[in-house]
Write a protein of this length. Structure first.
Length: 245
């Protein structure tokens, strides 16, 4: 239905997570802990925790790790105090970047995020400096499969309240409002669909391409530096990232 397919960005992100499994588990553990602290340890009554657990399972995080994170979040195994912070700024050639973090030390995180921007031709901005260029949306990605009937999936997604449905050679991407995300995800999951991605994300309203090779290298390195940091949960940007070869 709409515009540019983001499947190659989904695949890039998945590939990086696979290559950095231990780092991904650390981030997911924090995500689960914060969800427990905010809404309790029962995923049946805590939609944020349910989403966190499903995301962890999608990344093949062991059940023991998930249970440990839930117990830490509820204080059974001690308590680490993490808070959510989002940093905003610009990468090379004005690429808008948002960095979502969970940290137990704001000063350390702010310094490290600023260093990643400064070292790679960007600059850290103030709150609100780029967030107006993004919309908060739920994203559900389903890999194409011969057993999936595209028309049927389209109608099921729309009937559940999806805002948009996009088809590509790789698969299907369903866009939801943040409020409807859990109901649509659960509805489609109940019909047997498996998700390559299921998360609430910042989606750029428009994307920009980088033509200068130096800018492309700097932007790639900036994203890698940020994603490698334990405190960083997600990096959102409006760069029309080239596909991996």
């Amino acid at each position: 239905m709409s515009g540019h397919s983001k499947w190659h960005n989904i695949q890039n992100k998945k590939g990086k997570a696979d290559a950095k499994r231990a780092n991904a588990f650390t981030k997911l553990g924090r995500y689960i802990m914060v969800a427990v602290k905010e809404g309790g340890p029962d995923p049946n009554y805590n939609a944020s925790l349910k989403a966190a657990i499903e995301k962890a399972k999608a990344e093949n995080m062991p059940n023991d790790n998930i249970e440990r994170a839930i117990k830490k979040g509820s204080g059974e195994l001690g308590s680490d105090l993490f808070e959510e912070i989002t940093y905003e700024g610009y990468g090379p050639s004005g690429v808008a970047v948002m960095v979502s973090c969970l940290t137990d030390n704001k000063n350390r995180t702010a310094s490290d995020v600023r260093h990643a921007f400064d070292k790679n031709g960007g600059n850290l901005g103030t709150n609100g400096s780029v967030s107006f260029m993004f919309d908060r949306k739920g994203i559900l990605a389903i890999e194409r499969d011969d057993e999936i009937d595209e028309d049927e999936l389209t109608m099921e997604a729309i009937d559940l309240g999806a805002e948009d449905f996009e088809s590509s050679e790789e698969g299907f991407e369903i866009t939801t409002s943040p409020d409807d995300f859990n109901a649509i995800r659960d509805g489609l999951s109940g019909k047997g669909y498996k998700f390559a991605m299921a998360e609430i994300s910042y989606v750029p309203q428009t994307t920009v391409a980088l033509s200068d090779e130096d800018d492309i290298k700097k932007m790639t390195k900036m994203i890698d530096m940020l994603e490698d940091h334990d405190d960083v949960q997600n990096v959102y940007h409006n760069w029309d990232e080239p596909e991996l070869e």
